[in-house]
Design a binder for this molecule. Structure first.
Ligand code: UDX
Length: 447
């Protein structure tokens, strides 16, 4: 039997940990290194550092079987004791929207130093999302300078973007739609392709082989397309609201039946949030502008998304006229269901605006309350249940479409609220049923 390669992963955030556990669960020997000792201690005890369905069980199993081992700040060991190394460190945004490469660059310095001590050919794989040109123009020169070796000859370099969705990131790791492998040299690309063929066997997804920069761009182009689809349908929603009896949900369903358009990512709402779309669209705009091209379409995608959450405030004002002193109930804080992540959550500008208008805010979320407390502190109240949240409220804004909110009936609002005014920011309620009994306003629904 062919010997499985040993693998290391640098950075155990969302992407790094899912990758490490995915590989370890299929029997690969994986070393995971991170600068955060607390994170590594938890991982070595089999406890994931974030909420992700299916991950806990496989992490515990991998640690118990000895397939996965967490190391603190041990890039040298990660390189010397394995054959392939994934780099999955963070690439946050700078204040101007461009990408901050400090973690990638410092990981590259350490990898280069370790490569200097290693005789055998080693493959470094950039998995972090980086703007086109980064692997070729920033990572490669650092690796060559620190290792005093030649890329393509003494060691290999690949770019292999991830397409994981929070809430199903671990499942996405095990079942990919496609694998993109950008490689500097053929040998490293072949090694990574072999790994994926074995990993996904017998159901190997399409594997796209390309250059480093094209691989980098595929990730940004995919996220920019999805973000644009959302801003597009939100634009149609805003038009629908001006047209009596028009409904964006029906428009989207009919559009989605056209195979060229497809039904996914056409849910109109209060806009997109999360750690990827906002950051990646901004980074692609900044990168494009650096190359001298103004990507007008992407600027519009971003502008539509910036304004979209504020529609909730307009709707509130339409019903209540003045918000000062009014009690507003918020259902949902997380940027989407099945996560406690609040990065770029659309609820943040909504709550900030309500507070600046003098409203009292009470919010409920099934899992994101403790995360929300770090953002809003005691400027808002936190409810323990939907009922608690709706009690004596003047208006309710549905911000995140958690399954438990979908089960609510008009009576749940009527019996608890002071005034039964509901704003459906994610189109989860049936307008016919709800508008009969409540003062009901929804995104993309013509009055
Ligand atoms: C996304 C991409 O899907 C993933 O491929 C990439 O690697 C990382 O970014 P994620 O951020 O986890 O994943 O969330 P996703 O489910 O894509 O949703 C992003 C945002 O778009 C959420 O705020 C969601 O509410 C919003 N959204 C999504 C809509 O408003 N309408 C839709 O139709 C779909």
């Amino acid at each position: 039997m062919k010997k499985q390669p040993r693998i290391s992963v640098i950075g155990v955030g969302y992407v790094g940990l899912c990758t490490a556990v995915g590989l370890a669960s299929k029997g690969y020997q994986v070393l995971a290194s991170d600068i955060d000792a607390e994170k590594i201690a938890k991982i070595n005890k089999g406890i994931p550092t974030f909420h992700e369905p299916g991950l806990q069980e496989k992490l515990t199993e991998s640690i118990t079987k000895g397939n996965l081992k967490g190391l603190v700040n041990a890039i040298d060991r990660a390189i010397l004791e394995t054959e392939l190394t994934y780099v999955a460190v963070g690439t946050p945004s700078k204040p101007d929207g461009s990408i901050d490469l400090q973690y990638i660059e410092s990981a590259a310095v350490s990898i280069g130093k370790a490569l200097k001590l290693k005789d055998a050919y080693h493959v470094t794989i950039i998995k972090s999302t980086v703007v086109p040109g980064t692997t070729q123009n920033s990572v490669k020169p650092i690796l060559e300078r620190e290792s005093k070796k030649k890329c393509g000859k003494d060691f290999g370099l690949c770019m292999n973007p991830e397409f994981l969705r929070q809430g199903s990131a671990f499942q996405d790791t095990l079942n990919a739609d496609r694998v993109v492998i950008g490689s500097y040299d053929k040998q490293s690309g072949d090694k990574l392709e072999d790994l994926y063929k074995e990993f996904y066997s017998p159901k190997v997804p399409p594997i796209i082989r390309t250059t480093l920069s094209t691989a980098e761009l595929i990730k940004y182009a995919s996220n920019a397309m999805l973000a644009t689809k959302i801003s597009f349908i939100n634009t149609i929603a805003n038009i629908c609201e001006k047209i009596p009896r028009a409904d964006v949900k029906v428009v989207a369903t009919a559009m989605g039946l056209d195979k060229r358009i497809g039904p996914l990512f056409l849910d109109a709402g209060l806009g997109y949030g999360g750690s990827c779309f906002p950051k990646d669209v901004k980074a692609l705009i900044a990168c494009s502008e650096q190359f001298g091209y103004i990507p007008e379409l992407l600027n519009s995608t971003e502008n539509v998304n910036k304004k979209q959450p504020l529609k909730a405030i307009d709707f509130c004002k339409k019903h209540l006229k003045v918000l000062e002193g009014k009690k507003i109930a918020i259902l949902g804080l997380a940027f989407k269901p099945d996560t406690d992540d609040m990065r770029e959550a659309r609820v943040i500008p909504i709550i900030n605006n309500l507070l600046s208008e003098g409203a009292q805010v009470i919010a409920y979320d099934p899992v994101a309350t403790s995360m929300a407390k770090t953002i809003f502190k005691d400027s808002i109240c936190y409810a323990n249940s939907v009922t608690d949240c709706l009690k004596k409220a003047d208006c309710c804004i549905l911000v995140t479409e958690w399954p438990e909110f979908k089960k609510l009936t008009p009576d749940d609002f009527i019996k608890n609220m002071k005034q039964p005014i509901l704003i459906d920011g994610r189109r989860i309620y049936e307008p016919k049923e709800f508008s009969k009994k409540l003062k009901f306003t929804a995104i993309g629904l013509g009055q």
